[in-house]
Design a protein around this ligand. Structure first.
Ligand SMILES: CC(C)(COP(=O)(O)OP(=O)(O)OC[C@H]1O[C@@H](n2cnc3c(N)ncnc32)[C@H](O)[C@@H]1OP(=O)(O)O)[C@@H](O)C(=O)NCCC(=O)NCCS
Length: 184
């Protein structure tokens, strides 16, 4: 699947994307992506081999002008009612990340808007929700710009890294969401 916007192409990853992906995943800036950190170009190449089969829900964000991969966006279908195994897979929670040299130019909004359109209109999404750390103002801004409602604040909700003494470092999380009927 390929999604096109004014300035971007969203497409599945290629093995040749390793160097571009290594640029931003060698130093994930938020703790929720700490486990995705790539330590070498070799590791990035292995990671690209895993990603190439992902053609529906995991996209490289590519600049049309230069063909450079500047980030990524993904979301997988989840059951709207986790306790009911017969409930439809109509709920998605996106992750988004841009190379910091390309932030503040509207690319994240352009990519996420097109991705939401795709999920709502082609992949059966009924509800899209996002979790973001309370300190992650750029991600909160993006959620709000996309028209997502702030649904909740979860205090010390999740831990991605440990404190220096080895105990879990819990973070406060904000949840945003938007329904298909709210998306225009
Ligand atoms: C979250 C993240 C993807 C947001 O990226 P971003 O670059 O700040 O977001 P945008 O691409 O929408 O850019 C926003 C700003 O670009 C500016 N901009 C410049 N040129 C623009 C253009 N042509 N069109 C639109 N906006 C433009 C605007 O000032 C806009 O802010 P505004 O909405 O107040 O007008 C990015 O900060 C990131 O990758 N963070 C690290 C990973 C992360 O935190 N992921 C989320 C974990 S919960």
């Amino acid at each position: 699947m390929i999604i096109e916007t004014k300035r971007l192409i969203l497409r599945p990853f290629l093995e040749s994307d390793a160097a571009d992906v290594f640029q931003y995943l060698s130093k994930p800036v938020v703790n929720c992506f700490a486990a995705m950190k790539l330590h070498s170009l070799e590791e990035a190449k292995e990671e690209m081999k895993r990603r190439v089969g992902e053609t529906e829900y995991y996209f490289a964000i590519v600049l049309k002008d230069s063909n450079k991969v500047i980030g990524e966006i993904d979301a997988y279908p989840e059951r709207g009612e986790p306790h009911n195994t017969n409930s439809p897979l109509d709920t998605f929670s996106p992750c988004w990340m841009l190379n910091d040299s390309y932030q503040g130019e509207g690319y994240a909004y352009e990519a996420a808007h097109a991705f939401f359109d795709y999920l709502f209109h082609e992949k059966g999404a009924r509800r899209i929700y996002a979790y973001t750390e309370d300190y992650n103002l750029s991600s909160q801004h993006l959620c709000e710009k996309l028209g997502m409602r702030r649904e909740g604040f979860f205090k010390e909700f999740v831990s991605f890294v440990n404190n220096p003494d080895g105990t879990p470092h819990y973070e406060n999380t904000i949840q945003y969401a938007i329904l298909k009927k709210e998306w225009s």
